[in-house]
Design a protein around this ligand. Sequence first.
Ligand code: ATP
Ligand code: MG
Length: 238
Amino acid sequence: MTAALEIENLTVAYGNVVAVRGVSFVVPERQVVALLGANGAGKTSLLGGVSGLIRASSGRVRVGGVDISGLPAQKVARRGLRLVPESRALFPDLTVLENLHVGAGRLHRAERDRRVERAFDLFPVLGRRSRQAAGTMSGGEQQMLSIARSLAADPRVLVLDEPSMGLAPMVVASIVETIARLRDEGLTVLVAEQNARAVLPVADRAVLMARGQVLREGPAAEVREQVEAEGYLGGATL
Ligand SMILES: Nc1ncnc2c1ncn2[C@@H]1O[C@H](COP(=O)(O)OP(=O)(O)OP(=O)(O)O)[C@@H](O)[C@H]1O
Ligand SMILES: [Mg+2]
């Protein structure tokens, strides 16, 4: 089992507040790993440390075996790790198509068009709305566009922070199905979610965090038992 992403002893702090304390786990190639935990568990901070958005205090991160520890986000992205942030971070005044072009970066036109077509195939609504300003799309459509924009860079590892946030159950289901499809086509995915119920069915493995540390890590079905026992399933703690 090759690891696409290895996180080793990662610590992330904001001044005196330690948000992530010595976290280690791997994301195997072509698998979906769900990063679970209640509000404030440290999921976003961990993803920040992994993606280079936040400088980790200590620890190592490797993508495809290559050490990327300490690199800034842009360089981490170039090494094949793309983060879809909770905020979605679209360019609201640019059209859907223009946002996808930004994601694809500088490429030969044929390759760029191929990636745009692929985005429209994954999320047909984006094709129908290609000339619409991103900021005027619905929440679900914006989440799809944010994922599609990251995918346009052809990443090795896709990292998503709370993709279900604020979305109706049917939209969440469709996004989760897309995550499973991407995995089946060979992508490696790390997805942070308070909403364990939504992602566990498609996850291969899961990592349950609490107070900045890993409570449990393993095959999704095994972690699910603990998630249920501790009342994390819907996101809220009992
Ligand atoms: N910029 C910051 N400055 C200081 N403390 C922060 C900052 N960002 C997060 N924290 C703290 O770090 C801890 C972990 O927060 P984090 O956002 O990583 O949790 P989370 O698991 O993503 O939560 P949620 O599910 O609500 O998104 C919390 O105690 C939070 O208050
Ligand atoms: Mg978060």
